[in-house]
Design a protein around this ligand. Structure first.
Ligand code: PEP
Ligand code: MN
Length: 338
């Protein structure tokens, strides 16, 4: 960390800053110029996050050289993380496809979808049982009944399952049925939930909040990692911008940016990113071309009657076509789908 102090500041005031740094356990490298005094703070500066340096007389600028997150960073771990769950590896050479309905509606819907997405090449079945709906009057999910159906459909087809957990007190219940906990965009900064998920021994799919920066996403991942759970998968699912033709704006550049900053795998959700099924396949291909480790895609037997997110859901035929196209892109960038 570098602290720049105005050169006209009295020695007593400069000393106050230095003293505070010493008190916090840091050595300080001081360079005195005519116009400014520059303090270089050596060592791990995590404990300085809450020190209000701008409140000290003469302090003009505080520059953080270090990233505010550690365990999620490339500096901490330079090799990419591969998360293995049974026979599936996320973050390796293979691009992993997760697919299924927005919400589990009934036995027929989830079993039929599981069979079709499996046949097309998906490895993980998605489906919400607890749904974070914008309106309290929208369908909220089948809860435990939905979890059971999802787990049964996964077991029957040999697919792993991923489903959303909305609060810390649901972890035990959801954990009985799921292979991967999904944290939704609206809960990316539910720190109580993140800390509790840091104590479980199952992977967490952490979706980017709709107005969260990349740094905030990585800090949320840090909450989980710092409690001991090293299995975090990041998910770019579009952010809110002024554009309203699409439901969100898919931040494709977040994929290579996160890959530069972090060792964690990154997957992309082109369904929630666009809100329009016709745009899902082009954005899925773009995501793989940009380096994503996988996709999570909403698929429904008949999107027209879907309880939730029908406009962005693919039918089986469209999903099969998407997989074929994604396979070609994956190959072109040195990856594979199967
Ligand atoms: C979902 O995956 O169904 C979902 C609600 O996604 P998000 O949290 O990204 O909005
Ligand atoms: Mn949805």
């Amino acid at each position: 960390m570098i602290i720049v102090i105005n050169g006209k500041t009295s020695n007593a005031h400069v000393e106050k800053v230095i003293q505070r740094l010493h008190e916090m356990g840091h050595e300080v490298d001081i360079s005195r110029g005519e116009r400014r005094i520059v303090l270089g703070v050596i060592g791990d500066v995590k404990n300085l996050t809450s020190v209000p340096f701008y409140a000290f007389d003469g302090v003009e600028e505080v520059i953080r050289v270090e990233k505010p997150y550690k365990l999620a960073s490339k500096e901490f771990k330079s090799s990419t993380t591969t998360i293995k769950i049974k026979n599936v590896a996320i973050g390796g050479k293979e691009v992993v496809i997760m697919a299924g309905p927005c919400v589990v509606e009934n036995e027929k819907q989830i079993f039929e979808t599981a069979q079709k997405v499996k046949a097309a090449g998906a490895k993980i079945l998605r489906g919400g049982a607890f749904k974070p709906r914008t309106s309290p009057y929208s369908f909220q999910g089948l809860e435990e009944e939905g979890l059971k159906l999802l787990a049964q459909a996964g077991a029957e087809t040999g697919l792993l399952v991923v489903t959303e957990v909305m609060s810390a007190n649901q972890i035990e219940l959801v954990g009985k049925y799921t292979d991967i906990f999904q944290v939704g965009a609206r809960n990316m900064q539910n720190f109580v939930l993140l800390k509790e998920l840091g104590k479980v021994n199952k992977p967490v799919l952490l979706k980017r909040g709709m107005s969260a920066t990349i740094e905030e996403l990585l800090l949320s991942a840090e909450y989980i990692l710092s409690e001991g759970n090293k299995k975090v998968i990041l998910c770019e699912r579009g952010i809110r911008t002024f554009e309203n033709y699409t439901r969100n704006t898919l931040d494709l550049s977040a994929i290579p940016a996160i890959k530069e900053l972090s060792h964690l795998p990154v997957i992309v959700d082109p369904s929630h990113a666009t809100g329009r099924w016709r745009l899902v396949s082009p954005m899925a291909k773009a995501a793989i071309a940009a380096g994503a480790d996988g996709l999570i895609i909403e698929v429904h037997p008949n999107p027209e009657v879907s309880f939730s997110d029908g406009a962005q859901s693919l039918n089986f035929k469209h999903f099969e076509d998407l997989i074929l196209e994604v396979k070609q892109i994956a190959q072109a960038v040195g990856r594979s789908v199967d």
